[in-house]
Write a protein that binds this ligand. Structure first.
Ligand SMILES: NC(=O)c1ccc[n+]([C@@H]2O[C@H](COP(=O)([O-])OP(=O)(O)OC[C@H]3O[C@@H](n4cnc5c(N)ncnc54)[C@H](OP(=O)(O)O)[C@@H]3O)[C@@H](O)[C@H]2O)c1
Length: 220
């Protein structure tokens, strides 16, 4: 499948690399390809090991993808998606992995939006022709693409979004591609508030358990 991964950080690189390894035609999106390649040594090193992944400006990457992942810094996601272009995203499923973290006052980060709104909802409002599915934002990048590394995969991934068919497409793809077995559908895109407000707890949990390679399992 032609897939766009908008974002060149740890999560974008992890998702792109794993999807390309599965044989997908992956384009990674960034603000400025030349600037990225010349200034970001982590990315340059990663690119040498993932030559099948194309690196394109946000708009060209978005145009390439039939499925699009938003893996940009949450505080900048609306700006990044504006650069990607609503026309290039219209009619497509966009998996929003972003967390609206504000590091301006140091650690732990605050949220730039919460309680009565969320990044997921802001993106859905900005892109009314796009089917936004919030997913994968509640786990570390390593867990996103290899859930079996935590408890053999016996844990839950939260998803939400307004379009049920889009959610089914995303969960079945994550199952087929990465082996995710368990999903909890929290409802429409307003559930992104809860999924994003989980981040302060996620950060405390990481400190408490001593690793980012953890997840949660909902038991009844
Ligand atoms: N890292 C994880 O394990 C993890 C797990 C769950 C969720 N997430 C979420 O995934 C997202 C990406 O996280 P990350 O750690 O991989 O990287 P990040 O450092 O949070 O984000 C890097 C990306 O954001 C873009 N960006 C930054 N400022 C921008 C601006 N002003 N305008 C447009 N784009 C801008 C960068 O563009 P350039 O390419 O142009 O530099 C880059 O592609 C975040 O929202 C994060 O909360 C991450």
């Amino acid at each position: 499948m032609d897939i766009a991964v908008l974002g060149t950080g740890m999560a974008g690189r992890t998702l792109s690399g794993a999807l390309a390894d599965l044989g997908h035609e992956v384009a990674v999106g960034t603000r400025d390809v030349e600037h990225l390649q010349q200034t970001n040594t982590d990315f340059a090193h990663w690119q040498q090991q993932h030559t099948a992944v194309r690196v394109l400006p946000f708009a060209d990457a978005a145009a390439h993808g039939l499925l699009v992942f938003n893996v940009t810094a949450g505080a900048a996601s609306l700006a990044a998606l504006e650069q990607a272009g609503a026309d290039n995203l219209a009619g497509k499923v966009l998996v929003d992995v972003g967390n609206p973290l504000d590091f301006s006052s140091g650690m732990p980060p605050a949220l730039t939006v919460a309680n009565t709104d969320s990044l997921g909802e802001q993106i859905q409002r900005a892109l009314p022709e796009t089917k936004v599915v919030k997913a994968l934002n509640t786990v570390n990048a390593g867990v996103m693409v290899a859930p079996a590394k935590v408890a053999g995969g016996d844990h839950d991934l939260f998803v939400c979004g307004n379009d049920n068919a889009a959610k089914t497409f995303v969960t079945s793809s994550l199952q087929e591609w990465f082996g995710w077995q368990r999903f909890v559908d929290l409802g429409d895109i307003s559930a992104a508030r809860a999924m994003e407000m989980y981040l302060p707890l996620w950060l405390r949990l990481m400190n408490a358990v001593g690793t980012p390679m953890f997840s949660v399992k909902v038991v009844r």
